[in-house]
Every structure is written in structure tokens, then in C-alpha cells.
Design a protein around this ligand. Sequence first.
Ligand code: MG
Length: 159
Amino acid sequence: MYRIGFGNDIHRLEKNKPLILGGVRVESELGAVGHSDADALFHAVTDALFGALALGDIGSHFSDRDERWKNADSLVFLSEAVRLIKEKGFRVVNVDSVINLETPKLRPHVDRMRQNLAQALEIEIDCVSVKAKTGEKVDAVGNRQAIKTEAVVLLEKNF
Ligand code: MG
């Protein structure tokens, strides 16, 4: 049995904030604003995992009003989602994702993000895709006001 899940995320960008994506600290003039560490890639994948099994969303599991999650490492959220899908007898088959960010170029960091995701999801790195796109200088992404992410995951039961 297979289940598919979709997740996305958006965070505002500001100066003097860290930019963390897929557990990688990316050197950037602008960083993501959020209650946790604002890792928009981990958040999208976490939501995709919850979505695949209709387990709610990241906000229902980890409220942004909960002091426990202030500046939290988003690996905690991702790991909890993995624990829940395993508890229900599923495993991750593969993940595909997109990071929409105007600058900086993410290419040099993508393989480390894939490695971090593969480790957290307990799959091989060649089952983890992380793609990067700019916003073509239009809209919130293109105007460097926001970072957006999207992810889809496939889960398998009775493997
Ligand atoms: Mg988020």
C-alpha cells in the first residue's frame, strides 16, 4: 500500500537572521524569520509526511505558540513525523522537494541537505531530491521578501 503526501512552507526573510535549510546553515545576507529555527525545507517535508497519513499538520503537532519550540532545531519535528509514520507501519520510499529562493545560489549546499534528509528519513540519498529555483525577480520570492518550499513524499506499507 502506498500513500502520497504534500507539504509546503513560507518564511519571511530579514537581515541579521540565520538561514537554515535542510539542517544546513547557509551564508546569506537575509535569513528566515520563524518561531523555531525556520528551516523551511524540513518544515515542508515534515508536513508532507503528516499529510501522507492524514495526521494533521506541523502546526497541530508543534504550535508556534509553544515556548518549547522557540528556536527549536526543526530536525525534532521531522524526526517525530518519521517516528509516527513508522509506528503506523510505513516507511519513506522517496522525497522530492523545491526551495524557492532568490539569493544566494543553493547548489553548493544541496548535497548536504539531501544527506541530512536521507539520514532523518532513513533512506538512501539517491531517494532524496532537493531542487532550487529563483523567483525570477517577481513576487515575494523574487523580491527577496520570502523563502518558499514544497515537498512530496511517497510512503509504503507492508514492504
Ligand atoms: Mg515553517
